[in-house]
Design a binder for this molecule. Structure first.
Ligand SMILES: CC(C)(COP(=O)(O)OP(=O)(O)OC[C@H]1O[C@@H](n2cnc3c(N)ncnc32)[C@H](O)[C@@H]1OP(=O)(O)O)[C@@H](O)C(=O)NCCC(=O)NCCS
Length: 178
């Protein structure tokens, strides 16, 4: 998201100054993105394609990350995603996101996908996902962002869980390096 002038990770960015901005509450990053499931995005059974759901998840997560960082961000990784219920064409897809934790230049964003049947009002939780975004400066280099301040018990739990998930992610990344 945004427009870096160089490809991130491809230039010597050098050491980054520590950021001194005050922490921001999780609630300021909370985002919601809704879209009707339309026939163009259907599979042969008349359900919304999983890839379309993943696209909406990436968009909603980027909105939360940019709201928190107030900078352009890039998607660094997406954790496992399950699809618990099919989404029928004509139903409303609702994607909610918020920043769970900031590390230094990276942020974990939690996303929940719901489907609403507009005729009955019934809502179901269909997917959850965790994405990591990296904030970048005008050169495309990773840049530190303000910490996030969890205010509720639920936000605190997500904050702590995010630390454990990061360790797993970085371990996976180190094993994938050529
Ligand atoms: C993500 C990216 C900016 C990281 O660049 P890099 O040169 O590896 O930078 P660093 O090693 O300094 O890592 C920057 C941060 O990203 C984190 N990171 C990098 N890869 C990660 C991964 N796979 N999963 C989770 N975090 C990751 C690092 O832990 C570090 O976090 P921290 O500063 O909070 O400690 C770079 O790999 C990139 O641009 N990738 C392509 C992004 C893209 O095109 N996305 C899709 C379109 S938006």
């Amino acid at each position: 998201m945004g427009a870096p002038r160089v490809i991130p990770g491809s230039s010597p960015c050098g050491p980054q100054p520590e950021q001194t901005l005050p922490p921001r509450p999780v609630r300021e990053s909370v985002s919601e993105y809704s879209e009707l499931a339309l026939p163009n995005d259907a599979n042969t059974f008349g359900f919304l394609l999983g890839g379309k759901v993943m696209h909406l998840v990436d968009l909603a997560a980027a909105m939360a990350a940019m709201r928190h960082a107030r900078r352009p961000v890039v998607t660094a990784s997406v954790d496992h995603m399950s699809f618990l219920h099919p989404i029928h064409i004509g139903q409303l897809v609702i994607v909610r996101s918020s920043v769970n934790r900031v590390f230094r230049t990276s942020m974990e964003v939690g996303v929940k996908v719901f489907v609403e049947d507009l005729l009955t009002g019934e809502r179901k939780h269909t997917s959850s996902a965790y994405l990591t975004f990296v904030a970048i400066d005008e050169r495309g280099c990773p840049v530190a962002v303000p910490q996030v301040n969890p205010e509720t018990e639920e936000e605190q739990r997500r904050y702590e869980d995010a630390g454990r998930r990061r360790a797993g992610r970085l371990e996976l990344k180190s094993r994938q390096r050529p």
